[in-house]
Design a protein around this ligand. Structure first.
Ligand SMILES: NC(=O)c1ccc[n+]([C@@H]2O[C@H](COP(=O)([O-])OP(=O)(O)OC[C@H]3O[C@@H](n4cnc5c(N)ncnc54)[C@H](O)[C@@H]3O)[C@@H](O)[C@H]2O)c1
Length: 302
């Protein structure tokens, strides 16, 4: 099997033009959703030398980005302002700009309905906007956390209503965002990025784009694999935080100091990872994402 590097020079047709633009950083990048995930992404793409347009329905966020004032703690206003002044970053509420973009990363919320079923309405609205302005040669990457099958079963049919075909006329991939807001060591640039495209060429082009501003890319064989990676990671955290909280209750009952137990347990060099008891579940995704997995499991009779 050819490596990605060997396959890339063979990318033909519209893919070749996009590949060239990504390589020489003349590709016009866009990010839909300027929140905890989207704004740090905008910053990294711009720092790599691309022109980036951030699109958000929230006027206040658009105005603050254009004023160089960050609303996300991990994004320093000083850096944002300097990139806005150099015209590397601009924000807009106008969806019509999508037509001028070469790459579009979608970072919109994926909450739960009252019934705890997945609420894909933000993804569907954002993808419908992309569909309205889709043109050949564009690369679309969904980053929002979701259940396996979303890219193929929900996103792809909306985009292909245009008559254009993924992997032939435009390129489509899923790449889960793994950012940990407030983490001093790990950020958009140095957290490895998992990418699964609809076709090998989709994976290659998304890999090429993200490798311009993320240190390590982990390509996987399909969007479903990439979608499942994120749900495994966050369900793993949810289960282990629940476990350690139960341990804390038990230790309290037994008169044992749970912190001392964890400190000693974590000296085991394999097969153990420390989690710590607390009032929260560690971010707003952790209590939500396992329901996406549970919903998909139920849909499959599990
Ligand atoms: N926050 C995290 O720590 C984190 C980490 C990893 C993954 N994620 C996932 O990333 C996704 C985004 O999360 P977030 O925390 O950045 O959300 P957020 O609420 O901070 O930001 C989302 C932004 O999208 C905008 N938006 C919604 N619909 C839109 C549309 N149709 N067009 C344009 N803009 C639109 C909102 O106005 C908002 O500014 C979610 O799926 C989340 O689960 C979040």
């Amino acid at each position: 099997m050819q490596s990605i590097a060997e396959r890339l020079p063979d990318i033909r047709h519209v893919g070749q033009a996009l590949e060239r633009k990504i390589r020489d950083h003349s590709a016009k990048a866009g990010v839909i959703g300027l929140g905890y995930v989207g704004l740090p992404l905008v910053l990294e793409i711009a720092k790599a030398g691309f022109q980036v347009t951030g699109i958000d329905i929230d006027r206040a966020k658009v105005d603050s980005v254009n004023a160089g004032v960050s609303h996300i703690p991990d994004v320093p206003s000083k850096t944002l302002l300097s990139l806005v002044k150099r015209r590397k970053i601009k924000a807009t509420q106008s969806l019509a700009v999508i037509e001028n973009l070469d790459t579009i990363s979608i970072c919109v919320p994926t909450p739960l309905r009252k019934t705890k079923d997945p609420d894909l309405s933000y993804i569907i609205a954002a993808v419908a906007a992309v569909h309205n302005h889709l043109r050949p040669g564009q690369l679309i990457v969904l980053e929002s956390t979701t259940y396996p099958g979303t890219t193929r079963e929900v996103v792809l049919p909306i985009l292909e209503k245009s008559g254009l075909r993924a992997g032939k006329d435009f390129f489509l991939a899923f790449s889960p965002e793994r950012i940990d807001p407030g983490n001093r060591h790990y950020n958009t640039r140095n957290i490895p990025k998992v990418i699964g495209g609809m076709t090998p060429q989709c994976t290659d082009l998304a890999t090429l784009l993200y490798s311009q501003f993320v240190d390590k890319i982990v390509p996987v064989s399909s969007p479903e694999h990439a979608e499942m990676v994120k749900l495994l990671e966050n369900t793993f955290r949810s289960v282990n935080i629940a476990l350690v909280n139960e341990m804390a209750l038990m230790c309290h009952k037994f008169g044992i100091n749970v912190w001392e137990v964890i400190e000693a347990a974590k000296t085991k060099p394999f097969g153990f990872m420390p989690f710590y008891p607390g009032p929260g579940l560690g971010g707003h995704c952790i209590p939500v994402d396992p329901y996406y997995l549970a919903w998909k499991a139920k849909m499959n009779g599990l």
